[in-house]
Design a protein around this ligand. Sequence first.
Ligand SMILES: Cc1cc2nc3c(=O)[nH]c(=O)nc-3n(C[C@H](O)[C@H](O)[C@H](O)COP(=O)(O)OP(=O)(O)OC[C@H]3O[C@@H](n4cnc5c(N)ncnc54)[C@H](O)[C@@H]3O)c2cc1C
Length: 409
Amino acid sequence: MNKRYDLAIIGGGASGLVAAIAAARRRRSVVLCEKMSAPGLKLLASGGQRCNLTNTLSTEAFMERFGPEGRFMGPALAELGSEKLRSFFHELGIETDIRDGFRVWPATRRSETVLAGLLAEVKRLGVRVEVRCEVRSALFTDGCFQLTCEAGAIAATELILATGGLTHPRLGTTGDGYRFARAFGHRVKPCYPGGVPLLTRERWPGRCTAHTIGKAVVRFAAGRPKKLARTGDVIFTERGIAGPVILDLSREISPLLKKRGTVLLQLNLGRGRNREDWQAIFKGWRQGSGGILAERLAEHFPPPLAEVLCELAGLEARTAVHALGGEPRDRLIGILVETPLTVVDTAGYDQAFITRGGVSLKEVDPSTLESRLRPGLYLCGELLDLDGPCGGFNLQWAFASGYLAGLGK
Ligand SMILES: Cc1cc2nc3c(=O)[nH]c(=O)nc-3n(C[C@H](O)[C@H](O)[C@H](O)COP(=O)(O)OP(=O)(O)OC[C@H]3O[C@@H](n4cnc5c(N)ncnc54)[C@H](O)[C@@H]3O)c2cc1C
């Protein structure tokens, strides 16, 4: 490994592989170092091994979903936004399709197809891929970047950090890139697991695990006066709560947990029905055939949840609905409209799909992804302080940022 390359890339994930292709197409000599036995293990695991590659949102709407920092992605998305990404894959023989009008998948529904296509192009272009090549340190000395790996040293004129974040560390992502970036003077914002199930103080979710609750409304105080509310499917787990809407909100809740210790959620598990809606439903029950509370509630909720809701309101599940009125009924309606759950932790990086936080964007030039502190150093993918919700947002960012970084100046 004594040769000096034009470019070294640390990390053979989604962003590193695309960076290698973009750079090698410009006839630069490229070496890609991957610490695992093969590149792209996280790409393989993505989207339940089906790989939700991107989505059909406009660039503006796409960036908005990443929050205030989202505009940083503009130049990368101009180079390889959703449409261009699909063409890029098409040229590699990877066909894509959209069945729900939003999510873009490989037509085969297999992430293997995507990885195989990327690796074939990397090979065709003559990129040197070093696997089981964990980079221990990356420094700039004697006019070039010097990488220290178990197998020896690598020298390169330019360097791309594409080491990902901290999620699923068994797939190789253990935050090494933060250390490398710090060594070049970059600031790293605190990191949190995002897209992750939440653990609750209450034990009752463990009694309701078999059911998905559709169109649940989840609210919590994100800060004064900001109150966030989102609607979507919720799933109860043995130790808490998950499902698409929770995974998305976890990106906000995770940092709050660190600050506050606990976060109180208010769930409307009855498809957004308000107090007046429930008062009308109760009136109908009383005027109709009556019955017992748990059975009538089970018309709207899975039976175990119906029982839990009665308990939370301090009511016997077998209470006759004819006998229910006044304060006890209002108490139950209060619980149906806003069921409280106290989040005490997340399920951690092992179960998260994205890292919130990372290398600060301030010292990276969005038009090239070059470091403002060390010329010739580029950063891309999840390593940077950008994270999006589920739905192809994060892979799109990884591909687009890898591409831009690979183009160089
Ligand atoms: C289970 C799961 C499912 C997901 N599904 C989707 C999805 O369907 N759609 C979507 O948009 N996003 C999805 N994501 C998120 C998405 O996969 C990531 O955001 C994206 O892969 C990040 O790409 P990256 O190139 O930045 O990092 P990674 O793909 O994580 O690649 C980083 C690479 O760097 C290597 N590396 C790290 N340190 C070193 C070192 N010191 N030396 C050498 N190599 C090193 C790692 O081994 C790894 O291969 C999912 C994530 C997970 C965990």
